[in-house]
Design a protein around this ligand. Structure first.
Ligand code: CAA
Length: 380
């Protein structure tokens, strides 16, 4: 299935698979129904070091790369996409930018806490009127002596309900327009003035936390600024290059779950005197699902490999997310079709997979945005 994995990468994948099959798969329905992850799952994720997966060993992490993270995320998402996105956002969207853009002091302060999962990370970019057009955000950060005062509302914040540290994008210049006048801040979520707003009731990934986060006169010190003043947007975009590889891996995981569920059912379910898998109509669906899911994995691994070598990967990450999310939704749709009426009930996992798949085409840059990024990078 995977080619050219090192011995260590194969071990990572097998360990993740064992955990996902033994601990997550049996809980996936419960997570979906109750709307949150079991606390013991967080404990296990902590003990296994999954929150510090890509953080350097000197900060208590496992020191692994984006390819290993993609392997981990495929397995977690195969079993439970709600758990998968929780781990993905924490690693890619918070640990990632602190590792890449943080000062030595910021790294020493925050990375050990993120590694152990003592603090879970969240990414506060999107606003009610700044979704795909992220550069139009209006949350403000105004200087007050050495401090900054933040005001604004963020939405669609994954992990918002329990995060201990947020990366918050805010406008620091009134002269510079659009993406140019934005800065990134590291904000402890217990800071006075930070409140968690509405929790979204979602179609899928219902076990994950998605909330509003409100900032009202939030005072943070000068050293909360990540990177350069007014240069936060490129940090947000570079971070999303990494995050999109994670969502591509999520899509591969959900897509593979659909494929395997389809094969199982096609062998069991009998109609017209034989298992439906004997019919070419079903075989063609399975052939197309398997081919697209494998192609998606290759694209995700290529992008992860480039990012691990510190080579540009904006194009490849967008291609991976674009293709993988499409493959995933194709697989979910065909899987449900193979199950027929049974797949449209909650007797089987298919309806959850179908609901979970849909978000991969929306968050961390909708499919339409990925096409823009791909075209812009091909047409330079
Ligand atoms: N890496 C580094 N820098 C980048 C970059 C990248 N991949 N992409 C753009 N930049 C830089 C540009 O070079 C430019 O820098 P300069 O100021 O030096 O010129 C700056 O960022 C602005 O770039 P653009 O001119 O391309 O900006 P734009 O306004 O045209 O926007 C966009 C481009 C691709 C549409 C962008 O707005 C975008 O990706 N939108 C989607 C937002 C998104 O993905 N949101 C998801 C939020 S996270 C989430 O889903 C919630 C969750 O918790 C899971």
């Amino acid at each position: 299935m995977d080619f050219q994995l090192t011995e260590e990468q194969t071990m990572v994948r097998d360990m993740a698979r064992e955990f996902a099959e033994n601990e997550l798969l049996p809980r996936a329905r419960k997570h979906d129904e109750q709307g949150f992850l079991d606390p013991e799952v967080f404990e296990m994720l902590r003990e296994l070091g999954f929150f510090g997966f890509t953080i350097a060993e000197e900060f208590g992490g496992a020191g692994l790369g984006n390819l290993e993270l993609a392997l981990l995320l495929e397995e977690l998402n195969f079993a439970c996409a709600s758990t998968g996105v929780t781990v993905s956002v924490h690693n890619s969207l918070l640990g990632g930018p602190i590792k890449k853009f943080g000062s030595p002091e910021q790294q020493a302060r925050w990375l050990p806490l993120l590694s152990t999962g003592e603090r879970i990370g969240c990414y506060c970019l999107t606003e009610p009127n700044a979704g795909s057009d992220a550069g139009s955000l209006v949350t403000s950060a105004v200087r007050d002596g050495d401090d900054w005062i933040l005001n604004g509302t963020k939405v669609w914040v994954t992990n918002g309900g329990f995060a201990g540290l947020g990366i918050v994008y805010a406008r620091t210049s009134t002269e510079l327009k659009g993406p140019k006048g934005i800065s990134a801040f590291l904000v402890p979520m217990e800071t006075e003035g930070v409140t968690v707003g509405k929790t979204e009731k979602k179609t899928g990934i219902r076990g994950s936390s998605t909330t509003e986060v409100l900032f009202e006169k939030v005072r943070v010190p000068a050293d909360a600024l990540l990177g350069e003043e007014n240069r936060g947007f490129p940090i947000a975009m570079d971070t999303l290059d990494g995050g999109r590889i994670g969502i591509a891996a999520q899509a591969v995981g959900i897509g593979r779950a659909c494929l395997e569920a389809s094969i199982r059912y096609a062998k069991e379910r009998e109609q017209f005197g034989s298992p439906i898998g004997k019919f070419q109509a079903i075989q063609w669906k399975i052939a197309d699902m398997g081919t697209r899911v494998d192609a998606a994995r290759l694209l995700a691994h290529r992008a992860a490999h480039l990012r691990d070598r510190s080579e540009p990967c904006t194009l490849q990450a967008a291609q991976a997310k674009l293709f993988a999310s499409g493959a995933c939704n194709f697989a979910a749709d065909e899987c449900l079709q193979i199950y027929g009426g049974a797949g449209y009930t909650d007797d089987f996992e298919v309806e959850r997979l179908f609901r979970d798949a849909r978000i991969t085409e929306i968050y961390e840059g909708a499919t339409d945005i990925q096409r823009i990024v791909v075209a812009r990078n091909l047409m330079v």
